[in-house]
Write a protein that binds this ligand. Structure first.
Ligand code: OAD
Length: 250
């Protein structure tokens, strides 16, 4: 098994020995080895198979809520059937050893199921259901789902009767204030940022590594492929999440 490259091991040692703080920013590649498709980059990635404008905008929801809800029910089921991978578990263990903030763009719950406390879900969470109209959180359980990708009429809000939507950030929507503020705090406070499994194409989240660097942090990218961020980070490790992250535990 490859060890952590020396310069990255040294950056980790420096960050932890000097009372520093690590911020980990994760993207879809973090969950790829759990079987959750990424958005870009492969023939079976979500945005190469599906049109985000028909499935991930408020306009799409108004146009055809059953289509959108059916697609999200399928994605929720993929996540429910998946298990955290060795990378998720390694981050949970690392957080017990060193001060660590976890900021994710992922809408799955695999970090939490691996035992991590997630400081910020900047793109929301699949399972944080709320009413499309009044915003009230949906307290009940999910509706029945018979499998496959199909149109499913969304559940209704107990308060106002409008439709229940997934708690994700759609294109054109603002990020949740509290999550974004926790993410920028972590980026500004950290001495080392690990950027794992993100293409770095979607802003403002993709601006967090540059923010961390401006505030003096060393930034390390862990990704099997080059990304839009590769040229702006201090060190790059071409490794997958499930392979690379456990190596940080020594
Ligand atoms: P992308 O699908 O854009 O990028 C996935 C990244 O993961 C790529 O850089 C891959 O090289 C990398 N990757 C693939 N397998 C990996 C592995 N096993 N280990 C580590 N890295 C791996 O996903 P994001 O950057 O997360 O937004 O996408 C950002 C946002 O775009 C998402 O949060 C979503 C999407 O539209 C919303 O839903 C609002």
């Amino acid at each position: 098994m490859d060890a952590v490259p020396a310069a990255i091991a040294e950056a980790l040692r420096r960050a932890t020995d000097t009372g520093g703080h690590i911020c980990v920013l994760t993207g879809a590649g973090m969950s790829a080895e759990s079987g959750i498709p990424t958005f870009r980059g492969t023939h079976d990635s979500l945005w190469s198979r599906f049109d985000p404008m028909r499935l991930a905008t408020a306009e799409a929801w108004r146009e055809d809520p059953a289509l959108v809800w059916g697609w999200y029910r399928w994605r929720m089921q993929l996540v429910r059937d998946a298990q955290p991978n060795a990378g998720h578990r390694a981050l949970a263990t690392l957080a017990q050893r060193v001060p660590l903030s976890l900021v994710t763009q992922n809408v799955d719950d695999l970090h939490e199921r691996a035992g991590s406390l997630v400081d910020a879900h900047v793109h929301g969470s699949l399972f944080a259901l709320r009413c499309f109209a009044c915003g009230r959180a949906h307290a009940g359980s999910l509706d029945d789902y018979v499998g496959g990708m199909q149109r499913v009429e969304p559940m209704r809000c107990a308060a106002c009767g409008d439709r229940i939507r997934p708690g994700v950030v759609w294109f054109g929507e603002a990020l949740p204030d509290d999550a974004w503020s926790a993410a920028t705090d972590a980026a500004m406070r950290c001495t080392l940022m690990l950027v794992v499994g993100t293409s770095g194409l979607v802003y403002p989240a993709a601006g967090l590594p540059a923010l961390a660097r401006r505030h003096g942090a060393t930034v390390v990218e862990i990704n099997p492929e080059p990304t839009a961020l590769s040229a702006e980070v201090d060190h790059v490790w071409r490794a997958t999440a499930a392979h690379g992250l456990p190596r940080f535990l020594g």
